[in-house]
Ligand binder design. Structure first.
Ligand code: BG6
Length: 510
């Protein structure tokens, strides 16, 4: 006899039961990497949890000559390979594949966009869609402006229903190009219809930073410079640049991670409580943090930033080549694969508290975390000897992997004498909720369909972030400070350690 497992009460409510209005989603670049690895599997999982509206349709749009069926086959293969949930539910998959169609679109050809428009009309009629459109640019960033302008020229940005456009980071290459991109997007779509994806914001654990801070009463009173000594944000990856040499060699760790994911984590850690979890309230507070970061200029850049490139080494037991030996990387490349910096947020809450941010490829492991380091107690009641094994209190928000939150504090060692040692209290998502968190893209795609831009980056945030990063990039290109090196599989160059040592601190080893 088989006994059905009782439903897990803690897992209840974990599915997103919000349902969007019927719409057509056009994926430009539908045969590319992002679409195959992330978007199509995310849409399949939304279908599986019944979050897609009746009549929802996807049109793949790319340069390849494909029939609808050939595109469905591509989609099916990618979903089998990359879906978060396995095994694949064939009934759901077949229904989802039936909602896909394909139109060949050369982004330079207006007539292709007009043909796309006809396809959208047909779908409106057959699927009873009231003209709602989502245009997803899963294409290289230089195409965003062309696509946007072609949508306007083919009059696909207006008419009945809503018209939204989704673009992926990087939003521009610097402040100037970011502004140009914004101007083009806003010429064709109102700002509240522009959805800029920084996929970190879709991660459950990143959203949980806000829940942790603002759904509890005990943390906020200590969340400021009177008790916090410093904050460390680490975005470490063990992988190299994979097959993205031509993109990465132009970008580097600062543009690829720090300008967006890194600074977004700073904003969520440091922002004031928003009035409500609503798009403008949240984003208004985030942009205030970015604007309050003290700009690094001149000598500050040499003293407060580190950039370095990996040389060959060993990662997770495997020998890996140096960055300059990677495909599509210049043999004399000066691009950093590791970036670190110390910034201060000049406002009442954070005055004098350093925020250290580091991001790198080919580090010893994949880990993203935010570590809130508290000050030492003001008086050593138990004496120096009893306290010598105690680290100051720390809260670690582990974004990935082993998602969770831990609190480090001192406890008495069981013995007759009085010795204190650091111990950890741990919350882990998996053990508390017994399910795996959904993929960031599931959340973000659904939010976009519903029309909730809270977890998307607004134009002013993007500009504030580039304002901070541009002078650093300029100084780095002039070797101020000089580009360092680190062996793959280590925690970065010696200068990264020195950055904290100069302040009497050290990096947390995750
Ligand atoms: C992307 C970067 O935005 O984020 C990649 O372009 C990086 O270089 C990736 O590998 C990391 O994302 P995640 O979700 O694996 O932490």
């Amino acid at each position: 006899m088989t006994v059905e497992a009782a439903p897990n009460p803690l897992a209840e409510g974990l599915h997103d039961y919000r349902v969007a209005d019927p719409a057509v989603m056009v994926i430009f670049g539908a045969t590319g990497d992002l679409s195959g690895r992330k978007l199509l599997p995310a849409l399949y999982n939304l279908a599986k949890q019944r979050s897609l509206p009746a009549g929802f349709a996807v049109v793949g749009a790319a340069m390849d000559e494909l029939t609808d069926d050939a595109f469905r086959k591509v989609a099916s293969d990618k979903i089998h390979a990359f879906s978060r949930t396995q095994p694949i539910d064939d009934r759901v998959l077949q229904a989802f594949l039936a909602s896909l169609s394909y139109v060949k679109v050369d982004f330079g050809k207006l007539e292709d966009f007009k043909a796309l428009g006809q396809k959208l009309q047909e779908l409106d009629n057959t699927n009873h869609i009231p003209g709602n459109r989502i245009f997803y640019c899963a294409t290289p960033p230089p195409t965003y402006q062309t696509i946007t302008l072609q949508l306007q020229a083919a009059a696909l940005n207006a008419g009945n229903g809503f018209h939204r456009i989704v673009v992926e980071k990087p939003f521009g290459f610097d402040l100037k190009s970011a502004r140009e991109l914004t101007q083009t997007l806003q010429k064709v779509f109102p700002e509240d219809s522009v959805y800029r994806i920084d996929h970190y914001l879709g991660k459950e654990t990143v959203q949980n930073i806000l829940a942790f801070r603002f759904a509890n009463s005990i943390f906020e009173p200590v969340w400021n410079s009177s008790l916090i000594d410093s904050v460390q944000i680490t975005v470490a990856e063990d992988i190299g640049i994979e097959n993205r040499g031509s993109y990465y060699d132009r970008a580097g760790a600062m543009r690829d991670i720090v300008q967006n994911h890194g600074l977004q984590l700073v904003t969520l850690t440091a922002m004031e409580p928003p009035l409500a979890f609503q798009a403008n309230e949240v984003r208004d507070e985030k942009v205030k943090v970015l604007r309050a970061i003290r700009p690094l200029i001149g000598e500050d850049i040499e003293q407060s930033t580190v950039h370095a490139q990996y040389t060959k080494g060993w990662v997770l037991g495997e020998q890996v080549p140096g960055y300059r030996e990677e495909k599509n990387v210049a043999p004399d490349s000066q691009t950093e694969t590791f970036a670190a910096m110390r910034v201060f947020i000049d406002n009442w809450r954070w005055a004098g508290v350093p925020f250290y941010i580091r991001a790198g490829k080919r580090l010893p492991k994949r880990v993203t975390e935010i570590r809130i380091q508290f000050k030492r107690p003001p008086h050593l009641t138990f004496g120096r000897e009893a306290m010598k094994e105690v680290d100051p209190n720390a809260i670690t928000l582990r974004i990935q992997p082993e998602e969770g939150i831990s609190l480090k504090f001192g406890a008495k060692v069981p013995s007759a004498g009085l010795r204190i040692r650091s111990v950890t209290m741990d919350f882990q998502y998996m053990t508390s909720f017994l399910v795996e968190a959904p993929e960031a893209y599931e959340r973000l795609l659904l939010d976009c369909m519903i029309g909730d831009p809270t977890l998307f980056t607004r134009a002013d945030e993007v500009e504030a972030a580039w304002t901070l990063v541009d002078p650093i990039e300029d100084a780095w290109r002039n070797a101020r400070p000089p580009l360092g090196t680190y062996a793959a599989g280590t925690w970065g160059p010696p200068a990264a350690e020195a950055l904290l040592r100069a302040d009497g601190r050290e990096w947390h080893r995750p």
